[in-house]
Design a binder for this molecule. Sequence first.
Ligand code: C5P
Length: 316
Amino acid sequence: MTPPRPPSIALAPPPSVRVRAPGKVNLSLRVGALQDDGYHPLVTIFQAVGLSEDVVAHQVPPGSGVSLSVTGLQADVVPTDETNLAWRAAVALAEHVGVDPDVRLEIHKEVPVAGGMAGGSADAAAALVACDALWDAGVPRADLVRLAAGLGADVAFGLVGHTAVGTGRGDVLTPAMTRGEFHWVFAVQAEGLSTPEVYRTFDETVGGPAELDLADDTALMQALRAGDAVGLGQVLRNDLQGPALALRPELQRTINVATEAGALGAIVSGSGPTVAALARSRQHALAIAASWTANDACDTVWCTTAPAAGARVVAH
Ligand code: C5P
């Protein structure tokens, strides 16, 4: 005999949701000529790294609106008003779902601010996932990715994570196959660089080609598939490195110190000023970190591994 079914229980929405989203490094970043919309076409290979942002979305009484606080690395320079990308993400999701944007967002930062590692974009990606869960909205993944792309070029990657090829503005993503774990060290500078300014310097100095060829990254994709860190280190590429160095010449020394410490490759991460060095192992990563510190080549050093997962709920 089947036992009587228990009465159905309507689950109360959680009082809060914590979501973790990764920072990124561009293993290859090829930039085309400036378009009429103010953006540059890109062919880039993103890799999500173990430096991450946590966004906690808390229930608040109806009609409270959005509020936001920030703690952690360089928190004092992050805006806590409606200009914050996570705030804008909450509003965009609420509009999409047709609910009032009532939420208290708490951001805990680990990814450098204006560092070329998409920390703000990670916050926005995490806020989308956190508010979706908090409001029990059940927005399909594809819609979240579309909303993300509307917020900024790197936000979609913060949702997806792992390793992916980005085209368009960097927001049209195709997953890339990788094997194993890569060891990275990041040299963080206290003062960030403005991404628009780096792109402007790119236009004024080098300028991009009218056409970008996907095939140019074949060797890099092979190294990723083989888990070949030595091969990967040899083909790292960033078209924004020259402009970032033009704006911050001292970053060249940071790159040189990593190279002298045996880094498999060392490049400016995205639009900088963070420098990323690829290491052979965790121990080698620590040695590069020690070298940067000993040579006073940066303000903070982080060792981590990659690839890392995209935005995901870690606790209620
Ligand atoms: O989209 P997001 O706000 O992250 O971009 C910041 C700025 O970086 C843009 O306003 C634009 O100046 C520049 N950018 C670009 N081409 C891209 C991505 C960003 O010119 N593909």
